[in-house]
Write a protein that binds this ligand. Structure first.
Ligand SMILES: [Zn+2]
Length: 338
């Protein structure tokens, strides 16, 4: 097999730094591992670090690439260990410090669509982040029979483990729905475009998952961890879940475990209405209720100036836990109970 102009013989494991993009002087290189198994089987692509401080997924791919050997693999297993290395280098949440682009929105759509990327007007130019997304997608993700994109809470986010499916313009693909059930997650969140009223265009095209789905590749978001922390227990859990998925698709031998999940659909997002010091009453993973006070903001005179009232019954999947807020900051992401 040849990937990135490199021979990867059957029964071998190859790790290299993939040239993802150009900068003014140096290049952006992304560590990748390909395991070409001894037996025939599916191609599984696991990508991590598109949001650079969501570290549990990155650490899990590193551990699995070290542990798994070609002798136990049927098919081809591809890890892209971190897609946005500059974001991690500079501890820059969600985006790249090079061009301020959120890589999760610039994977190739095939559509001629301009972006302003913080510049003066819409244009069709490329940026380092967009170039890296394009090369990673075409070289690795497009080869997948199954694709998993590892996410979690970013630097200031407290997140509850769940698997997310984000269909755009068509019903959930049944193979993607099956994929979401392979990770032993008790929670699956389906978010068809337009089912979060406060973010009517979400989810949009341009994520690796959306573009893989658009090509007919089953693909989902694996969401675990947050706040830039690397908890060993969560890495253990993610590795175990990914191994279970590999058993389900016939890549690893062993008895896969099936967990019947609760499926959530659509949701609500609450944004801060005013600036100040923000207190939170709850934790991610809590079941919350319409009318419940989730938190509140205190002004610099010590008075409460705003209360966060929950708009629905649901599951608190993700919260921004930084205590300083300004209008428009995302505070809570709540998944609706079906
Ligand atoms: Zn993410």
């Amino acid at each position: 097999m040849r990937i990135d102009n490199r021979d990867i013989p059957k029964g071998s494991k190859v790790r290299w730094n993939f040239l993802a993009a150009e900068m003014t002087v140096n290049k952006i290189e992304v560590p990748v591992t390909v395991i070409n198994g001894v037996k025939e089987g599916p191609t599984v692509v696991i990508t991590a670090g598109v949001h650079p401080n969501e570290l549990i997924g990155q650490a899990s791919t590193v551990r699995l690439a070290k542990e798994l050997e070609p002798s136990e693999i049927a098919g081809t297993l591809i890890f892209v260990h971190i897609e946005n290395p500059m974001g991690l280098q500079f501890k820059y949440a969600n985006r790249s410090p090079l061009d301020n682009v959120n890589m999760n929105s610039v994977f190739p759509t095939g559509l001629e669509k301009g972006e302003d990327m913080g510049r003066d007007s819409l244009h069709l130019g490329i940026s380092p982040t967009k170039q890296a997304a394009d090369r990673i997608f075409k070289t690795f993700i497009s080869l997948a029979d199954w694709h998993v994109d590892m996410h979690g809470g970013e630097l200031f986010e407290d997140l509850d483990f769940n698997i997310e499916i984000l269909p755009i313009g068509e019903p959930v693909d049944e193979k993607t729905r099956a994929l979401a059930r392979m990770f032993k997650s008790e929670k699956i969140w389906e978010v068809p475009q337009g089912t979060i009223p406060q973010m009517p265009n979400y989810p949009g095209r341009g994520s690796a998952v959306a573009e893989a789905n658009h090509m007919g590749i089953p693909s989902c978001f694996f969401e675990i961890g947050g706040e830039g922390r690397l908890r060993k227990g969560q890495v253990d859990q993610a590795c175990d879940a990914l191994r279970n998925m590999m058993m389900c698709v016939g890549m690893l031998e062993g008895e896969a475990v099936h967990v019947e999940p609760t499926v959530y659909s659509g949701g609500n997002v609450l944004f801060a209405q005013c600036g100040g010091l923000h207190y939170i009453n709850i934790n991610s993973g809590d079941l919350v209720h319409k009318g419940q006070e989730l938190g509140y903001t205190v002004g610099w005179d010590g008075e409460i100036i705003s209360r966060d009232i929950c708009p629905c019954d649901g599951l608190m999947t993700n919260m921004v836990v930084h205590g300083g807020v300004e209008p428009g900051d995302m505070l809570y992401v709540i998944a609706n109970e079906c």
